[in-house]
Ligand binder design. Sequence first.
Ligand code: GBH
Length: 496
Amino acid sequence: MFGAATSSYQIEGGWNEGGKGWSMWDHLVRTDPDHIADRSTGDIAANSYHLYKRDVEMLKELGVSIYRFSISWPRILPFGRHDYVNPEGVAYYNNLINELLANGITPFVTIYHWELPQNLNELGGWLTEDIVDWFGDYARVLYRNFGDRVKHWLTINEPYIHCNHGYSRGNHAPRIRSPGIAFYECGRHILLAHARAYHIYKNEFAFQGGQVAIVISSDMSMPSDDSQSSYEAMEDYRAFYVGQYMDPIFSATGNYPQRLIDRVARASANQGLSESRLRPFTQEQINYIRGTSDFLALNHYTSKFVYRNDSLNGTFEVPSHQDDAYLGTYPDPSWMQGGTWLFAYPPGLYKLLVHFKEKYNNLTVYVTENGFGNYTTGLDDENRVTYLRGYINSLLDAIDAGVDIRGYCAWSLMDNFEWATGYTMRFGLYQVDFDDANRTRTPRKSALVYKEIIRSRVIDPTYNPDPHARDDSNSAIVVKTSALFILLSAFVNTLF
Ligand code: GBH
């Protein structure tokens, strides 16, 4: 199954419409506007709150069978808790889901893509264990309202990215900088909250017959050379940034990776702390979290080499997870670069999928995000075409190697609010004109190529569509206008 993905804050807009409450991103963009690269907000974004029918039309044009989107927690529960459910919020997602189903598109719904209600953030957010109740109660409201039609639930998007940007680097909401403590607490509560949402589904909504999974982001990591220290550094990278979230759910032991436990405990002891900054799970919690994902929803964009040597001395803050992990990473400079962090290495997806298959006992995978972002607008997105072809080809290799892959979603259906980089970075198969009140969406070359891959089930490197030569009514107007211009200039020429 092929699909396309988005998230609510990044596309919806309608930030204060239809009874919606404030999320911590609504709060961030108005209290700290300088923090966003272009001082923009998601107040209107791509205006999907009003244009969702056009979004479904685009999905139809592409010929996809999956749409992965997220639900805005404060649009459903304006005050965060389930004692008041906003009927207009429920109506919006009912309309979207019904429109998708009427067009034969299966919804994959992310319950949480980083839009924590601001009042829950003020009560501690992901740093308090209370959020396990809050999140579970919110998930129950969604199952109850939409579960008759939604059969694929994705609980939480990218624990590592959310905890790293929101609670460690502090460049995403809620802008907390605590790389040695909050970083781990955030991850711990995300795992418990995810497990709560999973158990609620299995205990109360099993009759709906759906599946529940967590969304894990993972780059592919490789040792920078064949030394033991580079290999160890790579293992630590995997333990800290992937295994911390995956092992408790997908591994047989159901606990954090031992090397993560050991390294944080050792660093904490060296810092004179009486307990590890990575709080251990009780056996009861381990049992509660283990096995709580019906498949792996994987977001993958890039790869890196990992090393450890003396050049790292003094480079990390103490305490921090960077200091605990004590490793360096870099991409291969020959890889095609998009944004600052995005380097295309298509074989990385194949290697990662084969690694997960071996490590986590043949798990079932949906790739729920993969795509190319850069600072360029325009319809001729050759780089995105190259990226998509390369990564889908790599996916085919993984299928040949026996990995159980059921679906693939491109990020993103359209240009959107790229968090702290605002609208400067573009990921869309469809370009969105953010200067136009109508937020006009136009397919890029990558959209046409993706459509042809989906239709033909072939990756044809010679297929070379022209995104400017479209035969819909809009471009017909453009063609007529330019014909008129040629006639006029011919006439003007006769005057001289
Ligand atoms: C995904 O995260 C998100 O799920 C999605 O919302 C997002 O739009 C998409 O990626 C593209 O970024 O500029 O140095 O601060 C993937 C991980 C999260 C990695 C944002 C880069 C910003 C790095 N990305 N992060 S930086």
